[in-house]
Design a protein around this ligand. Sequence first.
Ligand code: MN
Length: 244
Amino acid sequence: MDFHCHVDLYPNPREVYREAIERNEFTWLVTTSPRAFAATSKALAPSPRVLITPGLHPELAHERAAELPLLLEQIGLARAVGEVGLDGSARFKAHLNTQTRIFEAVIEECAGLGGRILSIHSRQAVKQVLAVLKAHPGYGTAVLHWFSGTTAELKAAIDEGCWFSVGPAMLATAGGQRLVAMMPGDRVVPESDGPFANVAGRPVMPWEPLHWPSWPAALAPVASNPGRSSLVNNARRLLAKISG
Ligand code: MN
């Protein structure tokens, strides 16, 4: 299972897609722009095991802002949304205003539609992401992917009702492990964030996160016992929400 993967951006997307369908009960293919969503949806034969969702990555917000109307249109027809969010890191904070205008429009649209499940990027912008969510009750369920905020920000996100998708790259650092250990055990799902997330010099594949050996103690039974694991149970609960 993988709740955040850029299958379309591996060097060999069709092979990864085919293998993900074979090996994974579920893969959430998040796209980074409305036009990429349209192209990927067309290029890959639909599978009940893969969810392809419209998004607009905050790192592309300033280049793709004109695609916002298309994104909102796509969201109207989609069960889930991603990748969307805000990025306040040094390289992208100059565009935070554009990012915020887009993210607010997305969240407002989701609220107006009765709620959506969203895979959300929040690097160095957790406070701003939570402020937008709070301002639009009824937006649905936020899944914060690769959370890297402070412990205080994590607590605020937990209070907001957020879920968390966690992958091998996050589990590979002491800080990431510490955050995962503080997350509510019933709101954590696996993600690869491949091909961007690299571990040991190669991109993480969508079928790997669930079986990764370094889940913290609270979630450890999970990896060794996927059939009865909390990660799998969480994944099924989140999937039920997505299916409505
Ligand atoms: Mn991503």
